[in-house]
Design a protein around this ligand. Structure first.
Ligand code: ATP
Ligand code: MG
Length: 249
């Protein structure tokens, strides 16, 4: 067991990941507060998705630790990390294109539930993301926004402690987005921890209690939304001159 503060759900310690010379993550530290909604922001290419991939075992870190429930889970396989209570959605959705919506919902393995409960939960979640009418449609026929909704619903098939969402708002219409956010808050009230990567700054500022900011693979700031908005390093990373001399995105 590795000691960790009671109010921290997950701690990333000095994570590094290099892709053939590109330092995608170059010393990332996160202490994700338990039972809260937090945000991870940063310009395009700053290492947010790679960080999610390191936290969820999609790729192993070159070095660093990921402490979850008192255990270093860095380098474990995705299904092992999933089994420990961490679920996620992908920026580029990973639904099964050749399976129907309903089959996609049932494709989640390692569920500790009898099959009738699994089906019931799948029905309820499809209804929630308004995909019930499309239950027999192939995943590959859904629009991008619908695929994101399906992935969100599928991520909730388990009873995860920690939910990582990579750009959940992208391509989702406003009405549905409001419902998604409502659901995210409901999950938080149930005691879940949520970490959201998102470029929509209004969404982050309005819904997150804590915000982490990355730039060039490292953390440049963290704090409550007001602190982040007024942080000069953050403003510079987004709007000012970049270290490489190009304008930020
Ligand atoms: N599998 C990979 N192979 C090579 N380079 C990669 C790979 N994955 C990411 N990178 C590079 O690592 C850097 C960080 O990418 P990442 O996808 O983590 O950024 P991001 O913050 O999620 O950006 P965005 O906001 O555009 O989604 C980028 O320079 C990217 O090109
Ligand atoms: Mg990304």
């Amino acid at each position: 067991m590795i000691a960790m503060a009671d109010d921290i759900a997950l701690e990333a310690q000095d994570l590094h990941k290099n892709f053939g010379g590109i330092k995608a993550v170059d010393g990332c530290h996160l202490r994700v507060p338990k039972g809260k909604i937090s945000g991870l922001i940063g310009p395009n290419g700053s290492g947010k998705t790679t960080t999610f991939n390191l936290l969820t075992g999609v790729i192993p870190p070159d070095s660093g630790k990921v402490i979850f429930n008192g255990e270093d889970i860095a380098g474990l396989k995705p299904y092992q990390i999933f089994g420990k209570g961490i679920t996620r959605t992908f920026q580029i959705t990973r639904i099964y294109r050749e399976m129907t919506v309903f089959e996609n919902m049932l494709s989640v393995t390692y569920l500790n539930m009898p099959m009738d409960k699994v089906r019931e939960r799948a029905e309820e979640l499809m209804e929630f993301v308004t995909l019930t009418k499309l239950r027999d449609e192939y995943g590959g026929h859904l629009s991008y926004g619908q695929q994101k909704l399906l992935e969100f619903a599928r991520a909730l098939m388990t009873d995860p402690d920690l939910i990582l969402l990579d750009e959940p708002a992208a391509g989702v219409n406003r009405t549905l987005l409001a419902k998604l956010l409502e659901r995210i808050h409901e999950l938080q009230r149930m005691g879940k921890t949520i970490l959201i990567v998102e470029h929509d700054m209004n969404l982050i500022m309005k819904h997150c209690e804590k915000v982490f900011v990355m730039d060039h693979g490292v953390n440049i700031a963290e704090g409550v939304p007001e602190e982040i908005q007024n942080n000069e390093h953050v403003v510079e990373a987004y709007f000012g001159r970049r270290k490489d001399g190009n304008a930020g995105s």
